[in-house]
Ligand binder design. Structure first.
Ligand code: GCB
Length: 615
């Protein structure tokens, strides 16, 4: 009963609190409009660039959290008040006697017996606080997978669904000069109405997987500060400051000391001040990832971010970065540590980024959900353009309104979190979804929403190959009109046809748009050698890459490739003993970081592209 009330309230929260319908497709206006997640039950706040641990100095609530497993979900029942409130103690659920794990972390990596545990799990952390009058306290979770219910000293702050985006609560009125108890019920159990849904090809690590931070802010603070090149303009920067409260007539400013430019504006009735600055910054590019310190200020509040400036556009079959044609020399990767476990801190992904550099990449497809902020920042610092996506994957409940609201909120939270990241050039909305009218309605609406959120980046979806007749593959997905680039996953040589057969296939793509192949590849076990006709050998995979590259190179308008995938990753769908052992083996590199033969095939292909003049 309590659980169904809880579920109902989630639906209610999604349906009611997502009333976010900006009237114009201008990012400077849109990101400034108030909207997004409220966290639930009247206590939450939306998370913008002003609530970013990288630009402020919040109090960290990372570190040891006590945890209690609850495999039969008893804690949600009234009887177990002790779990939620950390108050009355029943011996079997005593946090003080419970083991601890170091948050942020997924719980699956903490103990071998939890490898495939999906939840629920109860976690508690105590912290002390000294209250200061006239300040605001905001509690932010970088991500909890998948569902989080949060209590502070026994009071339910709210609930959040979606495992890869931040959420926050205003806890000002609850904090006093004392020790507080913060309790989270985290649950990664799959549900048919969720995003992702029941089936997907990765392990969806559960837990408080990203930073927990408490922001001590002025009473009215800058909730959002945004600055980037105006659409298609390399000499005009546009942006805004949005205050936490809808206060009109307050002066806000933005400044780039290095360029000696600044602007001031007064907030409107929504608490938004908009800026337009004429400036000619040195541009961000993969060859030279240039950043400027941008300072946002308003009254007693200020913060600075390192922001790069660039434009990204599509013209006919070409992708233009800063007005010049660019080819996405990419690779796909999961937000997983080499060997398994969710990336929890920036350095966890550093080796992956080095491998991608070594492969010759200038582009990363961060599959299949928003990756952690430290990785996105590290990627853009190292000169990678980034494709960022939400986990609308395979089949989901296309006609469920709450599922749609969830997808839209995840999209908005992703955009809002990374809007200042020059490296992020593609927002992708879905992966390999099955054809159908209900799907088309869902995803075309989502695509329109994406354009109202951000008209300066490329909108995409990774689709399926379409119709195959003889040797001709025709791209038929009815969603192509809604995206800027034609992207599809194709596995010729692996799920069908032999490694050396790909070269005979041709693609018919009836759209005047650039083509980015969002996946291709096949499996190989590192160190397994044999004839190139034998599956799972490195030779087979290398041969598959050679023939696929020959075939794909002939596509008119080919503008990028993100082979699947940089490294072997954990997937419970891949049990085959001695071959997969719980890992998807399509990596160009093993889960231990060892390069397979196909790595070199791909690297040489990108090297050769560099020697060719622009296509
Ligand atoms: C796909 C999916 C990806 C899988 C891959 C595979 O099309 O998009 O998530 O891991 O195929 O290995 O089959």
């Amino acid at each position: 009963m309590v659980k169904s009330v809880f579920c109902l309230s989630l639906i209610f929260v999604h349906a009611l609190l997502w009333a976010y319908d900006p009237s114009t497709a201008d990012i400077a206006k849109v990101v400034g409009d108030k909207g997004g997640l409220r966290g639930g039950l009247g206590c939450g706040v939306d998370v913008g660039t002003g609530l970013d641990p990288f630009v402020r100095d919040p109090i960290s609530l990372n570190g040891p959290w006590s945890y209690i497993l609850d495999p039969q979900d008893f804690g949600a029942a009234e009887f177990y008040k002790d779990l939620r409130q950390d108050g009355v103690k029943l011996v079997q659920h005593d946090f003080d006697r419970a083991p601890t794990m170091n948050v942020p972390t997924d719980w699956n990596s903490v103990d071998r017996s939890l490898l495939y545990y999906e939840g629920p799990m109860w976690l508690r952390r105590k912290f002390s606080w000294t209250a200061r009058p006239g300040r605001r306290a905001i509690l932010r979770f970088g991500a909890v997978n998948y569902r989080a219910d949060v209590w502070l000293d026994g009071k339910l702050l709210g609930s959040h669904e979606g495992g890869f985006t931040p959420f926050a609560f205003d806890v000002t009125s609850l904090l006093a000069n004392k020790t507080h108890s913060l309790v989270v019920r985290a649950d990664a159990t799959r549900h048919p109405e969720s995003i992702p849904c029941m089936a997907f090809d990765w392990w969806n690590y559960g837990g408080i997987t990203r930073d927990v931070a408490l922001f001590d802010l002025p009473e009215t603070y800058i909730a959002e500060g945004v600055l980037q090149c105006a659409k298609g303009r390399l000499d005009v920067l546009e942006g805004c400051v949005r205050l936490s409260d809808a206060r009109a007539g307050v002066t806000a400013s933005v400044k780039i000391p290095e360029l000696d430019v600044s602007a001031e504006a007064k907030t409107d009735a929504k608490g938004i001040a908009r800026f337009r600055i004429e400036a000619k910054p040195e541009l961000w590019s993969p060859e030279k990832p240039r950043f400027y310190e941008v300072r946002f200020a308003c009254g007693p509040d200020a913060f600075a971010d390192q922001i790069g400036f660039r434009t990204i556009e599509v013209k006919g079959k070409k992708i233009l970065l800063n007005g010049k044609q660019v080819f996405f020399k990419g690779v796909s990767l999961h937000n997983e540590k080499l060997g398994g476990g969710r990336v929890a801190k920036g350095s966890d992904a550093q080796r992956q980024l080095e491998l991608a550099k070594d492969l010759g990449c200038n582009f990363l497809r961060l599959a299949h959900y928003p990756h952690d902020e430290a990785t996105v920042r590290a990627a853009e610092r190292q000169g990678f353009m980034v494709w960022s996506e939400i986990p609308v994957y395979w089949n989901i409940q296309w006609t469920n309104e709450a599922t749609y609201a969830n997808a839209e909120r995840q999209l908005c939270d992703m955009v809002r979190r990374d809007v200042n990241r020059a490296g992020v050039v593609v927002w992708s909305l879905a992966n390999e979804t099955p054809y159908g009218a209900a799907r088309d309605k869902f995803l075309s609406t989502l695509a329109k929403k994406a354009r109202t959120l951000d008209m300066t980046r490329i909108i995409s979806m990774a689709m399926e190959i379409g119709d195959v007749k003889g040797d001709v593959c025709t791209i038929t997905d009815t969603l192509n009109p809604y995206v800027d680039i034609v992207s599809f996953n194709q596995y010729i040589g692996w799920y069908w046809a032999g490694a050396d057969e790909a070269a005979r296939f041709v693609f018919k793509i009836p759209y005047d748009k650039p083509v980015v192949i969002s996946e291709f590849g096949g499996g190989a076990v590192y160190g397994r050698h044999g004839p190139k006709t034998e599956r799972w050998t490195e030779e087979y995979q290398a041969e598959l890459y050679r023939f696929n590259l020959e075939m794909l190179s002939r596509i008119d308008g080919l503008s990028g490739l993100t082979p699947w995938i940089l490294f072997d990753f954990r997937s419970p769908r891949r049990p085959c003993p001695g071959i997969q052992d719980g890992f998807n083996r399509k990596g160009l590199v093993s889960e231990k970081g060892e390069k397979k033969l196909a790595f070199d095939v791909m690297r040489r292909f990108y090297e050769a592209l560099d020697r060719k003049p622009a296509r």
